[in-house]
Design a protein around this ligand. Structure first.
Ligand SMILES: Cc1cc2nc3c(=O)[nH]c(=O)nc-3n(C[C@H](O)[C@H](O)[C@H](O)COP(=O)(O)OP(=O)(O)OC[C@H]3O[C@@H](n4cnc5c(N)ncnc54)[C@H](O)[C@@H]3O)c2cc1C
Length: 389
């Protein structure tokens, strides 16, 4: 076990979090606020203050920055509990894009970048977004298609490009922009206030509870100094991989929480609703859906836990995190879909949060690598030895 504190203290922490989510976060969920960034920001700040009074904070951040400094393994339980509410991850500063940006910058930022970007980000004083994806013909699933450029200009760079679906862009103070230089894809820290950095719009989409939306951005003649380059020029795709591995794992943990909440609500419904002379819970086809959901959640938890333990041991998780991402993203969607089915018309209404849970989970099969792209990579690695012969 990779615990940063003794088991009793950790159990107490998780119970404290469970109570916070049940007593403070879930009662503040209001589906009418879907897509209303200002309202959600206000509630997230209110919840953050309550969480902090209860000794709850960002799970991976260092203690001196107000965090809990949990191991990846400990994060599995923490994020699952936090993820049960739409509002939990933002309240506990473990929502994307902040959390994976912090993890990546912690390894890559220069001392000046740490002071200007990373530390305020960790304290929740500034917000980031990660800008890689572009509309066609730019980069989507294939990183080689990156078309945003950063051209040398004196001692700095001029960025030109078009990005979209950039989570958190509407409230971000700065972006990590992935752009092509002569050496290859590279990372730049670009303040939103820089001339040439335009926020075109918030793209309306199926997932309405992400703070900061999903922005479309344009960079036209956006000039940045030499200090904007993160790490080494040309290493941008390695860094994106590094950022994504932890991000994927956090998504798995959070969404296991959301899907298990959906199934628990469906079981409540099935325990009291009657049809054809029996409670739904007594019909075998309903029982099968519930049993399959529990089997899938169990497998999803174990795969996520295994990847987390590997990360704690400092092992490469490229292959395993890919497999876990495909399985968990598809399993939580099946579980939420069954929960909606069991709950009938109420399930697809906005009188219950189930339909919203389904909407929150669906995009996970696309971002952080679509299932098909991961399957292609997993199969390629599986065949590598044989096809070389
Ligand atoms: C909610 C959400 C949040 C996002 N946040 C961010 C963000 O913060 N920053 C960022 O940079 N990007 C973000 N993205 C973009 C995300 O990374 C891309 O959607 C993803 O990489 C896929 O690219 P694409 O949408 O262009 O799909 P495409 O590349 O056009 O692919 C479309 C579909 O084609 C299939 N496909 C593609 N390639 C293959 C292949 N090799 N083999 C088989 N099938 C294939 C898959 O089914 C795939 O879903 C976000 C997306 C969503 C939906």
């Amino acid at each position: 076990m990779s615990l940063t504190r003794d088991p009793a203290a950790f159990t107490a922490l998780i119970q404290n979090l469970r109570d916070f989510i049940a007593e403070e976060a879930i009662p503040r969920e209001d589906l009418r606020q879907a897509g209303d960034g200002d309202a959600m920001r206000r509630i997230a700040l209110q919840l953050r203050a309550i969480a902090s009074e209860r000794g709850l904070g960002a799970p991976r951040a260092p203690v001196e920055q107000g965090g809990l400094a949990l191991s990846w393994e400990e994060c599995c339980s923490f994020l699952e509990e936090a993820g049960r509410s739409f509002l939990g991850p933002a309240a506990l500063q473990c929502a994307p894009p902040g959390q994976p940006d912090i993890a990546a910058l912690d390894q890559l930022a220069s001392p000046a970048q740490r002071t200007r970007y990373l530390e305020p980000l960790m304290r929740g004083e500034r917000h980031s977004c990660f800008a890689m994806t572009e509309p066609a013909p730019g980069v989507g699933s294939d990183p080689r298609m990156l078309s945003t450029t950063a051209r040398r200009d004196g001692d700095g760079w001029v960025i030109e490009g078009h990005k979209w679906f950039i989570t958190g862009a509407m409230r971000a103070d700065f972006a990590i922009v992935v752009a092509r230089t002569e050496a290859g894809p590279s990372w730049f820290l670009v303040d939103k206030a820089m001339p040439g950095f335009e926020v075109v719009r918030d793209i309306p989409n199926i997932e309405p509870f992400d703070l900061g939306g999903h922005g479309e951005l344009r960079f036209e003649g956006c000039r940045v100094g030499p200090e904007a380059l993160v790490g080494e020029e040309g290493r941008g795709l390695d860094y994106a991989q590094l950022r994504l591995e932890g991000a994927r794992l956090f998504h798995c943990m959070r969404y296991i929480g959301l899907a298990s909440r959906a199934m628990s609500m469906a079981q409540d419904y099935a325990s009291s609703r009657e049809s054809h002379g029996a409670r739904l819970a007594e019909h075998q086809m309903v029982q099968a859906m519930v049993a399959d959901a529990h089997i899938e959640l169990y497998a999803a938890r174990l795969m996520t836990l295994d990847v987390a333990r590997r990360l704690d041991r400092g092992e490469s998780i490229r292959h395993e995190s890919s497999m876990a991402k495909v399985f968990v993203s598809e399993a939580v969607n099946r579980v939420a879909d069954s929960a909606v089915q069991i709950t009938g018309a109420l399930g697809i209404s906005e009188d219950a949060p189930l339909s919203m849970i389904l909407r929150m989970l669906r995009p996970f099969r696309i971002y952080d690598g679509a299932s098909e792209v991961h399957r292609a990579a997993i199969a390629k690695r599986a065949f590598r030895q044989r096809l070389r012969a």
